[in-house]
Design a binder for this molecule. Structure first.
Ligand code: CA
Length: 429
C-alpha cells in the first residue's frame, strides 16, 4: 500500500489559479485529478482527446505544460507509482503561488465551462462488484426476508463481468431501456419500456498498471495497480433484472447505460482520507490472500457521497434538484479496493490499464443513506414524496440523477470528484 502523504497534500498550499483557493471548490491544488478533454470549438471526432488536470474552474492541458509528451491517457495511467508521484509533485510545484512556471502555464489553461469532457480513458474490461453490505442486506430482504445475506458474501467479493461499450461520461443522456419483464402474477412476460429504471450510487475504480495472465496481484501490491477513483452510476432496470437474473446474473438490465464522472481522483490525492478497515464484530476474518496489516490499518477510503434528483418539473421551475440520500464509501463497503484487485486476479486473470471496477451500490445502514430507488421506495411499495409534491417509486422520463463525492477530514484540504450526471430520456419505441 502506498497511501502516504507528502508536501502535495499540505493544506496550506495555494495556487496562482485563484479559483482553486475557493474553500468550496472540488479541485484545489491538493487534488489534481486527471481527465480527457477537447478544447473549445472542437467537434466530435475532429480532434484528439487531450489529457487535462482540473484546477479550480480551469483545465490544465498536460501536454502544453511540457511535463508529458503523449496524449495517451492509458499510457499515463500505467506508469509506475513512483513516476505518478513525481508527476503529481511537478504539477503541484508548477501550480503553486509564486511558481516560475505561472507565465507559461497560463497559456495551458482553459475554462472548464468551455471544454468538452470525454470518458477519462478508453475503458477496457468492466467488472461490477457488490461491496455495499447494507445494499446487499436491504435488497436481499426484499427477495429473501429470512435470509437476506447469502453465505458467500462474507468470503468472496461478489462481482460479475459487465460491458464497457455503453459506459458514458457525465452529461450523456440515454433512452429508457426496453425489454422483457414478468410480474409476479403474470403467466408470460410482457415486452416494452422498463417501468422500474433505477440508479446505483457507486464509485468507479480505474486500473493503472496491469498484470500478466497467470501472475496474480497480491493484496500488498494491489494499490500500486490502481490509478484512481471516479463517481459511477450503474443504471439498472429492476423489472428486466428480476426476470433475467437467474441463473447467470444481470445482463440487459444493466448494460444499456452506465455513467462515470470525467475526473479520476488519484490514489495519491486520496491518501489523507484513508482509515482503518474493520469488519463487524463476529464476522469471519478474510482468507489470507484478502488480508494484510496495511489493509486493516488504512484500507478504507472516506468519500462522502450524495444522490441528487432533478425532475423535469424541477428543471422547468429553475430548481437544481433535491438531495435524495447521503452515504460514504468507507462505511458502506464490506471489501476494500485492494481486496477487489487481489481477488480479481487470484485465479490468474489479467487486468489492463483502463479497466474499470464498479464498487457496487454504496448504501449506508440508516434511512436517508440509500444508494438506489429500489431501497428508498421498498421496491416500489412505498413511493417517496419529493419537496415539490411529486412522488417517485422509480425514475420517470426527464429525471436527471446527479452523484457528488467529497473527502473531508480535519487537518486536510477537502477535495471533490465533480459531478456524475445523466437524464433518463423516453424509450425509443
Ligand atoms: Ca451495480
Amino acid at each position: 500500500m502506498s497511501a502516504t502523504c507528502d508536501e502535495t497534500h499540505d493544506p496550506g498550499l495555494q495556487s496562482w489559479v485563484t479559483t482553486a483557493n475557493d474553500p468550496d471548490t472540488d479541485f484545489p491544488i491538493q487534488n489534481l485529478p486527471f481527465g480527457r478533454f477537447r478544447p473549445a470549438g472542437g467537434q466530435d471526432g475532429d480532434s484528439e482527446w487531450r489529457i487535462g488536470v482540473a484546477i479550480g474552474d480551469q483545465v490544465l492541458d498536460l501536454q502544453a505544460t511540457g511535463l508529458v509528451a503523449s496524449t495517451d491517457m492509458k499510457a499515463l495511467m500505467s506508469t509506475a507509482p513512483a513516476a505518478r508521484r513525481a508527476l503529481r509533485l511537478k504539477l503541484s510545484q508548477g501550480l503553486r503561488e509564486g511558481s516560475a512556471t505561472e507565465a507559461s502555464w497560463r497559456n495551458a489553461l482553459s475554462p472548464m465551462a468551455a471544454v468538452t469532457m470525454g470518458l477519462p480513458c478508453e475503458i477496457g474490461d468492466y467488472t461490477d462488484f457488490y461491496v455495499g453490505l447494507h445494499h446487499a442486506i436491504a435488497v436481499g430482504k426484499q427477495f429473501r426476508p429470512d435470509n437476506p445475506l447469502l453465505p458467500n458474501y462474507q468470503w468472496v467479493p461478489i462481482g460479475y463481468h459487465g460491458r464497457s461499450s455503453t459506459i458514458n461520461v457525465s452529461g450523456t443522456d440515454f433512452p429508457r431501456p426496453v425489454g422483457q419483464r414478468r410480474g409476479e402474477d403474470d403467466k408470460h412476460p410482457a415486452f416494452g419500456p422498463s417501468a422500474r429504471v433505477d440508479l446505483e450510487l457507486e464509485v468507479g475504480v480505474f486500473i493503472g498498471q496491469g498484470n500478466e495472465q497467470g501472475r496474480p496481484i497480491t493484496i500488498g501490491d494491489a494499490e500500486d495497480h490502481v490509478f484512481g477513483i471516479a463517481l459511477f452510476n450503474d443504471w439498472s432496470a429492476r423489472d428486466l433484472q428480476a426476470w433475467e437474473y437467474q441463473p447467470l446474473g444481470p445482463f440487459l438490465s444493466k448494460n444499456f447505460a452506465s455513467t462515470v464522472s470525467p475526473w479520476i481522483v488519484t490514489m495519491e490525492a486520496l491518501a489523507p482520507f484513508r482509515s482503518a478497515f474493520e469488519r463487524p464484530a463476529g464476522d469471519p476474518e478474510p482468507l489470507p490472500y484478502l488480508d494484510s496489516q496495511a489493509n486493516r490499518a488504512q484500507g478504507a477510503i472516506d468519500i462522502g457521497l450524495e444522490v441528487w434528483l432533478q425532475t423535469a418539473r424541477m428543471r422547468a421551475a429553475g430548481s437544481s434538484g433535491q438531495r435524495l440520500s447521503q452515504s460514504n464509501f468507507a462505511s458502506a463497503a464490506y471489501w476494500t479496493v485492494a481486496q477487489l484487485v487481489a481477488h480479481h486476479t487470484v485465479n490468474g486473470c489479467s487486468l489492463r490499464s483502463g479497466d474499470l471496477f464498479g464498487s457496487g451500490t454504496l448504501s449506508g445502514a440508516a434511512p436517508g443513506q440509500e444508494g438506489s430507488m429500489l431501497e428508498m421506495s421498498l421496491g416500489g411499495k412505498r413511493p417517496i414524496t419529493l419537496d415539490n409534491g411529486e412522488t417517485r417509486s422509480f425514475l420517470e422520463d426527464g429525471d436527471a440523477i446527479v452523484l457528488r463525492g467529497r473527502c473531508q477530514r480535519d487537518g486536510a484540504r477537502s477535495i471533490g470528484f465533480g459531478t456524475c450526471r445523466a437524464t433518463v430520456l423516453p424509450a425509443l419505441t
